[in-house]
Design a protein around this ligand. Sequence first.
Ligand code: NG6
Ligand code: CA
Length: 493
Amino acid sequence: MVVSFISCKSGIDKKENNKQPNIIVIYADDLGFGDVSAYGSTALKTPNIDRIADEGIKFMNGYAASPTCSPSRYALLSGNYPFKKKNARVLPGNAPLILDTSKQTLPSMLRDAGYTTGVVGKWHLGLGDENMDWNGEIKPGPLEIGFDESYIMASTNDRVPSVYVKGHRIDGLDPKDPIEVSYKENFEGEPTGKENPELLKLHPSHGHDMSIHNGISRIGFMRGGKSALFTDENMGDDFLRESKAFIDRNKEKPFFLFYSLHQPHVPRVPHPRFVGKTNLGPRGDVITEADWDVGQLLDYLDELKLTENTIIIFSSDNGPVLDDGYKTDAVEKNGNHTPAGKLRGGKYSLFDGGTHVPFMLMWKGTIEPGISNALVSQMDLPASFASFTGQNNTTEDGENVINALLGKSDQGRQSLILGRTNGISIRHGDWILIPPHKGPKSTGKFTNIETGRDTIYQLYNVKEDIGQQHNVALKYPEMVKKIMEEMNKIKAG
Ligand code: NG6
Ligand code: CA
């Protein structure tokens, strides 16, 4: 790995022009460290995502907070550790909002700094409260935690309701055909993937055998709301269109956009334009689609002459998985591709592949391109951008690593706890320590990922042993002790 650079012309000098740079966070869903060609993938080409890495800073030690989606998103927006929050776990589609509306978030802080804030795409952080009515006003949600505008998928693409929510309302809902949602039982007369496989164009491999929409059975039950249901094939285009529209509406003033892609999460249903674009089947094809979406967004910024006044961050919410619930031959068609690169484990895992993800930042014309080894977490974005915009930071666990993010320093954090309520590990310098955990060592025959759980302490030096093949806990008991103390200190803090 290269430690290089770097001279940054200026951080906030741009403010002298009274024009703070726009900020866009592009967030992929289940994209692995090895799925991006900038990080070494050869089976998959991602020329557009690579543009951000090549023209910006490519972080070699960038982390999501957790190996699953909702806890990582919670950390990115709240700046708080998800392991401290009981309900920061993979949420059903009818879960209430898990973010605290009274606390500072990345968008609320940027709004205070004068930004217009928007979110487009996957949400998966819950919506509403116990009394929420899908056919009425859906709140609290993004607008209550600091976003001025929102166009989101209600939950995630494999969980009902299969609709988009625009502001406080389901987009396109016909009041004469209200939608009903349940995670307990089916609605009378409604087919399911389990009972009516003949209605499916995409079959589940495990789970995902409840309500059917667009020939795909999902998790959870729903009925009605037909005019509002999304079309999986168009989802990439829908989110791109809404993102571009947000930028267009707000191009005259500083804006923050959280562009939350749904790819390559299951069900993987690319637009026909991308079917067969790779040899890896739908998983590869939807990554190609996501890369195209990113390219379109970058081109649009160029067209509007906004590129040099926009900071673009690209990352992923957790590591990769092949068969996550549908029969798309992801395993069979994977060939020699290594979605987590040289890292061990993937989505759901305490090994590094669960949380160590692509992470890059571009600010063209201000930051010189480079490669950084600084340890940075998505959870650090609120504290870092609070510093950048001159706001007070009241988030609890994120650190101000703005100098690392802008390439002015190769120093990021010293320590970072990774994981969620049911399991954590810690990265400390070049070390990763996984304390003993009860439970199976594999996620099971379908997802087939090493969980990282073991009855003994595991200590790895990931600088020398990036693939976590050599547990050196017995060799360095003092290091185990020291890092455990550090972990306990952070947990108590
Ligand atoms: C799992 C789902 C998986 C995916 C995951 C959450 C089954 C069998 N598996 O429970 O398909 O939805 O939850 O993924 O239902 S995440 O990226 O949103 O965290
Ligand atoms: Ca995810």
